[in-house]
Design a protein around this ligand. Structure first.
Ligand code: FES
Ligand code: FES
Length: 160
C-alpha cells in the first residue's frame, strides 16, 4: 500500500479532508471511511455499475477510480440527491414505476439516469438505454427503469 496522502473530497456539498492511501478505490473510501453506504460494490471491476457516483457531474464507476485521482473533486452520491427533505424526481419515479426489486443496482441507476438527463434533458429512449449500458440489473427490471426515466424526462415530476 502506498504512503498515505491528504485528500480533499466535496461530497454532497460537504467538504471532507481525509488521510488515506491514494491507491484505495474511491468506492472503498466513500463506503468505509465516509460511511456513505448507498454506493454499492458489486463486481469491483468496472462491469456492473452499482458503484456509480457523479464526479464533477459525470457518471463514474467509483470502483475503477483511485481516491487520489478524485482529490479536489465534487462528488454526488445517492445520499445527496434529496433536497429539502424531499426525494428527487428520479427517486419518486423509480418508486412509482416499481423500478426497484432487490435495490442493489438502484443508486447507480438513478445517478446514471441523472447524468443522462442533465446532459440531454430530451434524451430519446434509445439514448437513455445507451447511457445505461454500463449499469446492470440482475433482477431484470429494465423496462420499469426506462419508464421511470422517461416519465421524469417528460416532466411528470416537475423540474428534475
Ligand atoms: S462495483 Fe464498480 S462497476 Fe461493479
Ligand atoms: S433491482 Fe435488483 S439488481 Fe436491479
Amino acid at each position: 500500500m502506498s504512503k498515505k496522502m491528504d485528500v480533499r473530497l466535496t461530497i454532497n456539498g460537504r467538504e471532507h479532508h481525509i488521510n488515506v492511501s491514494p491507491d484505495r478505490t474511491l468506492a472503498e473510501v466513500i463506503r468505509e471511511e465516509l460511511h456513505l453506504t448507498g454506493t454499492k460494490i458489486g463486481c469491483d471491476d468496472s462491469n456492473c455499475g452499482v458503484c456509480t457516483i457523479l464526479l464533477d457531474g459525470m457518471a463514474v464507476k467509483s470502483c475503477a477510480m483511485l481516491v487520489g485521482q478524485a482529490n479536489g473533486c465534487d462528488i454526488l452520491t445517492i445520499e445527496g440527491l434529496e433536497s429539502a427533505g424531499g426525494l428527487h424526481p428520479l427517486q419518486r419515479a423509480f418508486i412509482d414505476r416499481f423500478s426497484i426489486q432487490c435495490g442493489f443496482c438502484t443508486p447507480g441507476m438513478v445517478l446514471t439516469a441523472k447524468a443522462i438527463l442533465d446532459e440531454n434533458p430530451k434524451a430519446t429512449e434509445e439514448e437513455i438505454r445507451d447511457g445505461l449500458h454500463g449499469n446492470l440489473c440482475r433482477c431484470t427490471g429494465y423496462v420499469q427503469i426506462i419508464e421511470a426515466i422517461t416519465d421524469v424526462r417528460d416532466g411528470k415530476y416537475g423540474e428534475a
